[in-house]
Write a protein that binds this ligand. Structure first.
Ligand SMILES: O=C(O)CCC(=O)C(=O)O
Ligand SMILES: [Fe+2]
Length: 277
């Protein structure tokens, strides 16, 4: 066999990690959450997690409101959001006082939607239905963190990873975390684009050479070149839970808005799931 042929063979039949896969299930079972934390899965998808009528209620109310954009020096291309996320209020490896002030406006804004239910509570509790240690919104210095945001990355999210251990100098929450997830519930998806891509790659120091100068949260896609990946096309009502320490991205949307409810999830040392945004 020539080297060209063997290269072609490798392309046709790339090596695959059987643990790098997305599980699709009717619910977030104990086994799936434990498996995602342990590295047995890369993602867990639950289609129809939120009934369509409930999605429509939240989406209809959100569509009446103006979204803000994340700090555009940090997040580029811009991502629109409704609600407050801690990533816009990081200071000196910790959380700026502005976050707690902004949260007051956040709760007023969500109250102002006049919804018949609390969508973040429903998502939190649905996520933890089969988790024996329960769930709560995380606390920092005794104060409750934000419960979630609606995010609209119509132009996509660049290749990035999320890891509170690396983003904050000390524990973000009062109870230390031994595992982390990112939760998304899709309310509106575009007819094309908007895919979530996950790569079987965790940050390593050399990756900093690929960090984009105009977007401190993002990396050049070359950082994951040649790495096994999974592409997921979200559906309305679907909940997606990923291990956000794997590099991931969202592709640009075409034809409609891509709006998801999202929050971060940690497994705390007590076993309880703790959420924050
Ligand atoms: O919108 C998505 O599908 C993923 C967004 C993301 O980067 C995250 O949840 O950490
Ligand atoms: Fe992310």
């Amino acid at each position: 066999m020539t080297s060209a042929q063997s290269t072609q063979g490798a392309l046709q039949d790339p090596p695959h990690d059987p643990f790098f896969r997305a599980a699709t299930a009717p619910a977030f079972t104990h086994e799936l959450l434990a498996g995602l934390a342990a590295g047995r899965y890369a993602a867990v998808r639950v289609p129809g997690f939120l009934p369509r009528q409930w999605c429509e209620e939240v989406l209809g109310a959100l569509k009446e409101k103006a979204f803000d954009s994340y700090g555009t020096t940090r997040i580029h291309p811009p991502v629109m959001r409704f609600g407050v996320g801690v990533s816009d209020h990081m200071a000196d490896g910790g959380v700026a006082d502005s976050y707690w002030k902004a949260l007051e406006g956040h709760y007023a804004a969500w109250e102002g939607l006049g919804l018949s239910f609390d969508p973040f509570r429903v998502c939190r509790e649905g996520l933890a239905t089969h988790w024996p240690h329960g769930v709560a919104v995380g606390r920092r210095g005794g104060r409750e963190m934000g419960d979630g945001v609606a995010r609209e990355p119509n132009q996509g999210f660049r290749v990035h990873f999320d890891d509170a251990l690396r983003e904050y100098a000390e524990d973000l929450l009062d109870t230390p975390l031994i595992g982390q997830f990112a939760f998304n519930l899709y309310l509106s998806v575009p007819p094309s684009g908007g895919e979530t891509v996950l790569w079987r790659h965790r940050w390593q120091p050399g990756d900093e050479a690929y960090r984009l100068p105009d977007a401190s949260y993002g990396y050049d896609e070359a950082v994951v070149r040649g790495t096994e990946s999974i592409e997921l096309t979200p559906e309305v009502g679907e909940a997606l839970l990923i291990d956000p320490r794997n590099f991931h991205a969202v592709r640009p949307s075409h034809g409609d808005r891509r709006i998801a409810l999202g929050f971060a999830v940690g497994i705390s040392t007590s076993g309880r799931l703790l959420t924050w945004a």
